[in-house]
Ligand binder design. Sequence first.
Ligand code: 13P
Length: 262
Amino acid sequence: MGSRMGTKRKIILAGNWKMNKTSIEAIDLANALNRELGDVQEVDVVICPAYTALSEVHEVLTDSNIRLGAQDLHWENAGAFTGEVSALMLKSVGVEYVIIGHSERRQYFGETNDSVNKKLKAALKNGLLPIVCVGENLKEREAGKTFAVVQNHCEGSLAGLTPDELRQVVLAYEPVWAIGTGKTATPAQAQEVHQFIRGLLGKMFSADAAAGVRIQYGGSVTPENIAELIAGEDIDGALVGGASLKGESFVKIVKHCCGILK
Ligand code: 13P
């Protein structure tokens, strides 16, 4: 396994809170994280609460280095789209990052490469920083289709972007079989796919743009496994679900990456 030493890519750690935390619970967690991580500069830290808590969490994060992210968006800025939330609305409550194409959205809510692509373009047009998720499920991995699926997700989701636009994008490789299951990809399995993604981006855009793109790993990341995952040369951070819901474990993950905890 290689090492990240020598790369200029800043590690980015994002907590995807999914459909968890009422507003009061979200404020409590954000306060706890802010006390421990509000000054962190070595890595980028993002938290992604549910829509209902964004505004209040943004207030907690005033003067903090922790950035605010959302979990989805609609591609139009406004209109008759009941239940949807636009990039403009997210920006108005202080959101800077947005997760797009999470596997749970692909699996349960009909998200496709096409809708991911439209959302990605809307995010970029409005100055939001997208975190675009790709990854295979268990059946696909067992059938030896991991690279084909990841390639399809990357090509479909990123279609029509320029190399300069790609530089604004964070990718997240999340093997579906490792999400919420306690099963983590081994560091070698994760690195293998991350390297493949970077090579693919090099062919789709330019070697230079691909070298600058940050690729997070997601899937049962914990304080116990973060150090070995982040050692992978092409692994530039993590998108954390379950372990981001407890202040203590997310803080440990971030501190490991800052070199504060070994
Ligand atoms: P877990 O960390 O709970 O496996 O979730 C990963 C994930 O889906 C983050 O977006």
